[in-house]
Design a protein around this ligand. Structure first.
Ligand SMILES: *[C@@H]1O[C@H](CO)[C@@H](O)[C@H](O)[C@H]1NC(C)=O
Ligand SMILES: *[C@@H]1O[C@H](CO)[C@@H](O)[C@H](O)[C@H]1NC(C)=O
Ligand SMILES: *[C@@H]1O[C@H](CO)[C@@H](O)[C@H](O)[C@H]1NC(C)=O
Ligand SMILES: *[C@@H]1O[C@H](CO)[C@@H](O)[C@H](O)[C@H]1NC(C)=O
Ligand SMILES: *[C@@H]1O[C@H](CO)[C@@H](O)[C@H](O)[C@H]1NC(C)=O
Ligand SMILES: *[C@@H]1O[C@H](CO)[C@@H](O)[C@H](O)[C@H]1NC(C)=O
Ligand SMILES: *[C@@H]1O[C@H](CO)[C@@H](O)[C@H](O)[C@H]1NC(C)=O
Ligand SMILES: *[C@@H]1O[C@H](CO)[C@@H](O)[C@H](O)[C@H]1NC(C)=O
Length: 895
């Protein structure tokens, strides 16, 4: 839905040049950077890599960012009080700019220095200086605070605004891709840093690391006016600051939340000076950001497989720093180690039985530095999925057959705070189970039944499909999918609309608008529901559904073709990548396995047209939004499928640009999203989302890229982080939230299930146990517990992922997948290149038990040795395995 504010193009007018651009610039140079600062304000105007010339700042727009209130690198904000006062005084160098006073004598390495008194406003017993200096091959920014009064002063907040070129407003897609960058924080105290990555995903990256002891405690969004570019809008997310201290916020604006780190303040005795700052360090590429962190002398933490830890998983933490680890404070984990590895000292962390939810560990080094690593512990993943399936098929199950919109039976959006189904919302689709915003609960349930089918839930879901998807979501015998089954039209329906809601917005569609069927995105969700029920019907034939498996498969196929065939003639947005359309690839594979050759030919023709189109486009990642992180998944899938050469790697690089790896569960593998709270959440605002569906969806191409390039461990870490993310949204009672609010006054899950669904779809189609041997990290497994010791000739792994049906052996470039039941153990015999899989009928006794399964083998990358299942019969393009006894052992051998 396209309602972003582009901001009116206010021409730069004389008088708004509060920054003082007319006074010219000074150069700032080190061996890695060429930059400029504005003479008058002393703030950074450009920061280019000396080797590539790439500029991390919006220098070309600076004249429209020169007004008071717009932040730049080099600004400072703080709150202070004298000890006799309880209230804080807030100061911000950008609020009312005045030319700063240049320092006359500069220290060694200092390129420019200023006393900030003029721009900090009224006189106070604090002197604040700012210096720009060289620091190794990079640059640094230092602030010295001196208490010039006669009594102590407490600094309750101290923040360094980080403004980079994340302004897309009025830029062409190609310019946005070529010029802009993203910033992602690691709130890791003395080990904290900001990653600045170009949107193209290629070229140099920037690391902003602490100078001396400049604790990275919190990441605060800076309120600014809309300005010329629609600040805090879809094309301009806005600026944040690195907070070295945050107590004054924690006590006030944030008092109802638990901050990421313990909030601190700093007391300065009379005459005392306090020096803080950041370093700018160039990384050759996004892949080598961690090397740049180590080079900057900052402690580095790397979690394998990541920072989301199911209760039955042991996770690894590698710490790379020159000073020894003195202690680790980790209340929720049992810690084993350390051992020494080429990647640093290695610890193993196992959650204690009481642990659940956000969990922070604090590492203290011998030199006094402290580092926090932020984990999220979940129940074991099978229990987590069971909880979710149960929650949505009971608490969110809508059964009012008198509903005039014919929405019963269905699985509806749920409001966890109200403890009720969202029967109405002025953004009608949220109550009309369409769009992404209204489908989260049902789509997640559909995919849960594919992964872990439960008889009662499957029946309820089948009723939803037979009685409501057919008839209400798809009406009058058509395969068209309506934009919303709920609408606002008091005259047209006997229904009491809540008069407390504002029904005047564009989002309160009338019947005619709600019943339009042109939005291509809306088709993927029912297709996924049909496909999932096809797989349940096909692979668990003892469970009787209301239709034969072929009915579900045909509905999935026809719904896809209705929208996307014939150059997507029936749909809008059919020629861009669609959220969750990875499932259309699964559908195509199943049509092939069923031998439905004419449908295969037709569906391939539909997709080939789209893929060939994307291959001709410079930036083929269009969507409803001006910039987006949703198209890459589908664009990658089909251009890779048809072996096109340019686009798949462009899609992967684009994802590298917006999907980081960071030692924090919320940012690790978090594909950038910051506007969808407006369309699908209870707390509707433009705000960086943690683990909105982008994490799960973008992980799919990233994991597939890794499978084709098993030496690219960085891709696996990013992809795995994103793929595990949808587990964190699931609460202890099974409710799953749309996303986590990252602004420090909220730091909580949104109460709506909203648009959770596509993220869970990503998890369902992506979860896999990855087994690899790496020269730095040793023998490692993502998604399972390593049972063998490092270096053993047989690597044994117990799967702990949420699907337990896929395994990838990096050494062989081999992926095995089963259609039903679970893989309970994997043994990879390195010397014989054989893999033994132990299978079981289900992960839980109360769920449907598979009586047989198909094993599929593929080699996604360049290795093509050819494997088979020893002694098994072929079926549905794989090998059939009998599971009637509840378990089986199969051996993958060279064909
Ligand atoms: C820095 O990059 C900008 C493009 O944003 C370019 O105009 C400028 O010339 C570059 N400066 C240097 C010193 O490379
Ligand atoms: C700021 O403090 C540092 C010590 O941390 C000192 O080296 C530097 O000279 C100081 N600069 C100014 C302008 O006071
Ligand atoms: C970590 O430390 C080791 C040396 O102890 C070094 O070889 C390695 O490259 C470092 N960096 C990273 C990113 O692991
Ligand atoms: C409808 O759902 C409610 C709440 O889950 C339940 O108590 C009730 O028994 C259901 N009614 C029918 C007819 O299924
Ligand atoms: C509207 O519905 C209510 C109860 O659902 C019913 O009592 C009433 O008669 C209906 N009114 C009309 C005009 O159909
Ligand atoms: C289905 O048919 C009914 C009756 O003609 C009509 O009111 C409704 O708008 C149609 N639905 C769609 C999606 O076209
Ligand atoms: C859908 O497609 C299949 C071919 O896959 C076709 O045989 C069937 O009749 C179509 N219609 C429906 C209503 O499923
Ligand atoms: C793409 O290339 C692979 C490997 O050569 C081949 O097996 C596959 O059939 C090709 N795919 C298509 C759609 O042509």
């Amino acid at each position: 839905m396209k309602i972003f504010i582009t901001g009116s193009l206010v021409a730069f007018a004389a008088g708004q040049d509060n920054l003082g651009l007319s006074g010219g610039y000074n150069n700032l140079q080190s061996s890695d950077f060429k930059g400029t600062i504005v003479k008058s304000s002393g703030t950074l105007a450009s920061l280019n890599s000396s080797s590539t010339g790439f500029n991390f700042l919006p220098t070309d727009l600076l004249s429209q960012l020169a007004q008071n209130g717009a932040h730049h690198l080099g600004d400072i904000t703080f709150r202070y009080r004298t000890l006799s006062s309880t209230s804080w005084t807030s100061v911000d160098s950008a609020t009312s700019r005045k030319a700063v006073t240049q320092l006359q004598s500069l220290g060694t390495g200092v390129i420019a220095g200023a006393d900030l008194a003029p721009t900090l406003g009224s006189a106070r017993p604090l002197k604040v200086t700012r210096e720009w200096l060289t620091s190794g091959s990079g640059l640094a920014l230092r602030f010295n605070f001196t208490n010039t009064g006669s009594s102590s002063i407490e600094l309750g907040s101290l923040g360094i605004p980080v403004a980079i070129n994340n302004i897309f407003t009025n830029r062409l897609a190609t310019d946005t891709q070529a010029k802009c960058s993203f910033a992602d924080p690691y709130v890791g105290l003395d080990a904290g840093f900001v990653r600045v990555t170009p949107l193209s995903g290629t070229g140099n990256a920037l690391v902003i690391a602490p100078l001396g002891s400049s604790n990275f405690e919190a990441w605060r969004f800076l309120q600014e006016s809309p300005g010329s570019f629609g600040y805090q809008g879809q094309t301009y997310e806005g600026n944040y600051e690195w907070q070295i201290h945050s107590l004054a916020y924690a006590q006030n604006e944030w008092k109802s939340t638990t901050p990421w780190n313990t909030a601190t303040s700093k007391t300065l005795a009379a005459g005392e000076m306090y020096s803080v700052g950041v370093r700018f360090v160039l990384a050759d590429s996004i892949h080598t950001i961690e090397d740049a962190v180590v080079k900057s002398g900052t402690p580095l933490a790397v979690g394998i497989p990541g920072y989301v830890v199911p209760s039955d998983l042991t996770t690894r933490l590698y710490l790379n720093y020159t000073s020894a680890v003195k202690s680790i404070d980790a209340a929720d984990f049992t810690i084993a180690g350390p051992s020494t590895t080429p990647a640093g000292v290695l610890y193993s962390l196992t959650p204690k039985s009481s642990a659940w939810g956000r969990s922070r560990i604090t590492v203290t080094y011998a030199d006094g530095k402290k580092q926090t690593v932020h984990y999220h512990v979940t129940k074991d993943s099978s229990s987590t999925l069971a909880d979710m399936g149960n929650f949505f098929t009971t608490r969110a199950y809508f059964n009012k057959t008198s509903d005039p919109f014919n929405r019963a039976p269905s699985i509806m959006t749920y409001d966890h705070e109200a403890g009720a189904i969202v029967e109405q919302d002025s953004r009608v689709w949220i109550a009309g189970f369409s769009d992404e915003g209204g489908t989260g609960a049902y789509l997640a349930t559909a995919m849960k039944e594919f992964v872990q089918p439960n008889a009662k839930e499957v029946s309820l879901f089948d009723d939803f499909i037979q009685d409501t998807v057919v008839g209400t979501l798809q009406q009058n015998g058509s395969f068209g999918v309506v934009a919303s089954t709920f609408y606002y039209q008091p005259g047209a329906v006997n229904y009491t609309y809540n008069s407390a809601f504002d029904w005047t917005s564009w989002t309160s569609w009338d019947k005619a608008r709600a019943y339009t069927t042109r939005r291509a995105y809306n088709y993927v969700h029912p297709i996924a529901a049909y496909w999932s029920m096809y797989r349940v019907a096909r692979d668990y034939p003892e469970k009787k559904l209301r239709q034969d498996w072929s009915w579900y498969l045909n509905r999935a196929y026809n719904t896809t073709q209705y929208c996307l065939s014939n150059r997507a003639a029936n749909c809008d947005y059919g020629l861009v990548g669609l959220m969750g359309e990875w499932v259309l690839g699964e559908l195509l594979e199943d049509l092939k396995r069923e031998g439905l050759t004419s449908q295969v030919t037709e569906l391939e023709a539909t997709m080939r047209y789209r893929a060939n189109l994307w291959e001709t486009e410079a930036v083929p990642f269009g969507s409803e939004m001006a910039w987006d992180s949703t198209g890459q998944e589908g664009v990658y899938y089909w251009t890779n499928y048809f072996n096109l050469t340019k686009t798949p790697i462009k899609a992967i690089n684009s994802i590298f640009g917006y999907m980081p790896t960071i030692a924090h569960w919320g940012w690790n593998g978090n594909a950038r999203r910051y506007w969808d709270f407006n369309y699908a959440a209870k707390i509707a605002q433009t705000e960086r989302q943690l683990h909105h569906y982008g994490s799960g969806l973008n992980s799919l191409p990233m994991l597939n890229h890794y499978e084709q390039h098993p030496t690219d461990l960085y891709a696996l870490r990013v992809g795995y982080g994103g793929n595990m993310a949808p587990l964190t949204n699931i609460h202890q009672d099974g409710f799953a939230s749309a996303a986590f609010h990252s602004f420090p006054d909220l730091l909580k899950w949104d109460p709506y299930s909203g648009d959770y669904g596509p993220g869970f779809l990503g998890l369902s189609l992506g979860q896999c146990v990855y087994i690899l041997s790496n020269t730095k990290y040793g023998d490692i497994a993502f998604g399972g517990n390593l049972l063998s010791t490092s270096g053993a000739s047989i690597i044994s792994v117990a799967p702990r992922d949420a699907v337990k049906r896929r395994v990838f052996i990096a050494d062989l470039g081999l992926k095995a997948e089963i259609s039903a039941g679970i893989i309970s153990k994997v043994d990879f015999d390195k010397s014989g290149s054989t893999v033994t899989l132990t299978l079981a009928s289900a992960s839980r006794s109360g769920d449907l038990q598979a009586k047989s399964a198909i094993v599929w083998l593929k080699q996604p990358g360049s290795l093509s040795v050819g494997y088979k299942i020893d002694g098994a019969k072929t079926k549905r393009a794989g090998w059939s395995v009998d599971l009637s006894s509840g378990q089986a052992t199969v051996k993958v051998v060279k064909a």
